[in-house]
Structure formats: C-alpha cells, structure tokens
Design a protein around this ligand. Structure first.
Ligand SMILES: C[S@@+](CC[C@H](N)C(=O)[O-])C[C@H]1O[C@@H](n2cnc3c(N)ncnc32)[C@H](O)[C@@H]1O
Length: 252
C-alpha cells in the first residue's frame, strides 16, 4: 500500500478516519444494514457489469470490493484518502492505494470501469476529480457514481447532519442537474436512476440513525422495506424524491 500525505484535506481525513470505525463496527455489521447495502451495490453493478480492471473510488472500508469478490470478480483496485478506512478495507481487498481523488497516482487510461459510491459530494474540487477520473479511464470506459439528489425532503435532514462529527465542511448535497452538468464536461451520460427512500433511511445508516434496531420481525420488514424502495424508484414523479441518484456514464 502506498501512503501519500495530503496537506489541504486534513479536516476531511480526520472526519473519515473517525467515521471509519462506525462504518466497520455498526453500519456494515448490522445484518439489516448489510442487506440494504448489498441491494445498493447490486443496483450499481447491474448497470455496468465488471470487466477488465475496475477502480473503486473512495472505497471506504472496502464493502463494494467484497461484494464484487463474492460474485467472482477479483480484478479491482480501491483508493481512499482516509488511512483508517483503508486499514479496514485491507481485510477485504489487496490492491489499495491511499490517494486523493483530485490528484490520482494512476497512469492515463489504466481502468475499464470506475465505481464511486458517495465520494464526489465529499470533495473540494469536483470538476478536478471528474477530470482525473476521466484521465485514468480507458476511452469507452464506464463510470457508475452514486451521489446525492437534493430535494425538499432531504435538504433539511442533510443540513442538520452536517453539524455532527460524521461530516466535514466539504460535505455537499448536489442537485441532480448541477452534478450532471459537471459530469457532462468529461463523460457521456448514459442513464440516471433514482435510488433510496424509506429503506435507505431506516436500514442504511445505523451508525447515525438506528431506530430500526427496535423494530420486531426484521425477517419480514427488511425485505419489505427494500422492495418498497425498489417500487418507489420506478414510480413516475415520486421516484424523483429519492435521496440519491445512480449515474451511468461513458468516457467518449
Ligand atoms: C461516504 S464515504 C463512502 C465510502 C464507500 N464508497 C462506501 O460506499 O461505503 C466517502 C469516502 O470518500 C473518501 N474521500 C473523501 N474525500 C476524498 C478524496 N479527496 N480522495 C479520496 N477519497 C476521499 C472518504 O475517506 C470516505 O471513505
């Protein structure tokens, strides 16, 4: 593993180093949260099935790479700016790099696919990170990003959350159109899907909100909530009220 130090990102690194243990010990260890995250990863991977060499951008504790590995796909590299995130990810993946999304230490056209779950809204300079993602991707390569989708429903909760110690001041809540117009400068957008409703809030983040722990009959309610989210993501108009969007794009 390479270690590089990033002097201008101390606050984000400090926050993510702190949050990493919550991801490891709570978010990804509660069985209902794991089920939700597996559904979430499958929604990303089904958009672009892995091939060649894949990059997990802002890989955190490596759950996405474990998901890929469990499905027989082993050719991936993960990078993250938080050393504590990577020290957990080490249990799940071998090829890890401590790197800044805005200055990637990879050669041009190294990767066939980039998956990035919830990294862009943590960055200081998103256009620069998108240029870097495009640079390291092969022509015709695919990206799948999951990002925030600012709506009147999630704007206030996200603003309130930002005051806690799980977020740094760099944390943003993108409006879908703003993010897409940044992405269009580097990529051809293939598809935008809406993701994350009731199941997302109740199941996905027990490290921040764990009222679901008190709900009985989880064997029934967990798949039910995931299915409700699936239905909502396909329901015209209502689907736009999601917490996230899944963006599929291609390097021209
Ligand atoms: C919300 S977490 C998502 C982690 C992981 N992708 C997941 O879905 O569990 C955002 C991740 O982006 C990383 N990150 C934030 N700023 C970064 C930067 N400039 N370069 C690389 N990674 C960064 C954080 O350390 C953190 O692991």
């Amino acid at each position: 593993m390479f270690i590089i130090f990033f002097m201008d990102k101390e606050k984000e690194i400090k926050t993510q180093d702190f949050v990493a243990d919550f991801y490891e010990n709570i978010r990804h260890s509660r069985s209902y949260a794991r089920k939700f995250h597996d559904y979430w990863f499958s929604e990303m991977v089904k958009r672009v099935v892995p091939r060649g060499l894949a990059l997990d951008a802002g890989c955190g504790t490596g759950e996405m790479m474990e998901f890929l590995k469990n499905r027989g796909y082993k050719n991936f590299v993960g990078y993250d700016i938080s050393f504590n995130m990577l020290s957990h990810a080490k249990k799940r993946a071998e090829s890890l790099v401590c790197a800044d999304a805005e200055n990637l230490p990879f050669a041009d056209t190294s990767f066939d696919i980039i998956y990035g779950r919830s990294i862009l809204h943590h960055l200081q300079d998103v256009p620069k990170a998108l240029r870097e993602a495009s640079r390291v991707l092969k022509p015709g390569g695919d990206v799948v990003f999951v990002e925030t989708n600012k709506t009147f429903i999630n704007d206030l909760p996200r603003r309130l959350m930002k005051h806690g110690d799980h977020f740094s001041e760099d944390h943003k809540n993108f409006k879908d159109s703003d993010l897409l117009s940044m992405m269009k400068k580097e990529f051809e957008i293939k598809n935008v899907n809406y993701f994350g409703y009731i199941g997302y809030t109740l199941l996905g983040f027990p490290d921040m909100l764990d009222i679901y722990r008190f709900i009985p009959l989880k064997k029934i309610f967990t798949p039910l909530l995931i299915n409700i989210d699936k239905v909502l993501s396909r329901t015209p108009i209502v689907k736009r009220l999601s917490f996230c969007i899944i963006i599929e794009a291609k390097k021209r």
